[in-house]
Design a protein around this ligand. Structure first.
Ligand SMILES: [Zn+2]
Length: 224
């Protein structure tokens, strides 16, 4: 992947799938459809809740949280008041749950947030919560199935909260053969260049601390 593809500013690496509707790295289409077929055989309608996401979309998420227009949560999932946090605290709080624009693994097309279309999750406003995937939650059976089978198809969870600076996200899966190469290629300099030209709130502070933020939230993930 080139710098534009790594940072979500290009989509030349992305293929569009109609069923199920999603955007994936072209070389991941077959592995994902194989995983989906296996899940289907065991009774799950494995659906991408989100797949490829571009830089502009991630920038909107970031600026929304930084400005306080979008809700922001601490590690325990408690709502934070953005205005009460110093700018660098705010940056670290955002990064517990959301990536820096240019550094989202969703830019690569290798990462997916997965749910089960057959599960009854109507009681959950936000489907991507730990409760929804924990025992008793609507997606617990799928989470358990993925624990057993995902690795066989090359998929793993990069955010388990063991090595990852990002909080555990049991729904977030990554296709190892491509994602690991992308993770190593996304050097701080590549990220800095993408951010430098963008209208990112808190940009000066982010750039001043970029090596540290990169080390904690991009380089450090739970490995396959
Ligand atoms: Zn995700």
């Amino acid at each position: 992947m080139n710098a534009g593809e790594l940072t979500g500013q290009a989509r030349t690496h992305i293929a569009e799938i109609a069923d199920p509707k999603c955007l994936l790295h072209a070389q991941e289409v077959t592995p994902f459809l194989n995983l989906r077929r296996a899940a289907l055989a065991d009774g799950f309608d494995l659906l991408p809740y989100s797949s490829f996401r571009d830089f502009a979309r991630q920038l909107k998420i970031w600026n929304g949280k930084f400005s306080g227009a979008k809700p922001m949560y601490d590690a325990a999932g408690v709502l934070l008041d953005a205005g009460a946090l110093a700018p660098f605290e705010r940056i670290n709080a955002i990064l517990l749950w959301s990536a820096l624009p240019g550094a989202s693994r969703h830019h690569w097309g290798t990462d997916l947030d997965l749910i089960d279309g057959r599960a009854n999750a109507s009681a959950y406003n936000d489907k991507l919560t730990r409760e929804a995937f924990a025992p008793g939650g609507p997606f617990a059976p799928l989470a358990e199935w993925l624990d057993t089978h995902a690795a066989r198809f090359g998929f793993f969870r990069p955010f388990q909260g063991v090595r990852s600076g990002v909080q555990p996200e049991p729904w977030h899966f990554s296709f190892a053969p491509i994602a690991e190469t992308a993770r190593r290629a996304l050097r701080p300099e590549v990220l800095a260049e993408a951010i430098a030209g963008a209208p990112l709130l808190g940009k000066e502070l982010v750039l001043a601390h970029l090596d540290e933020l990169h080390g904690r939230y991009v380089a450090a993930v739970d490995l396959p």
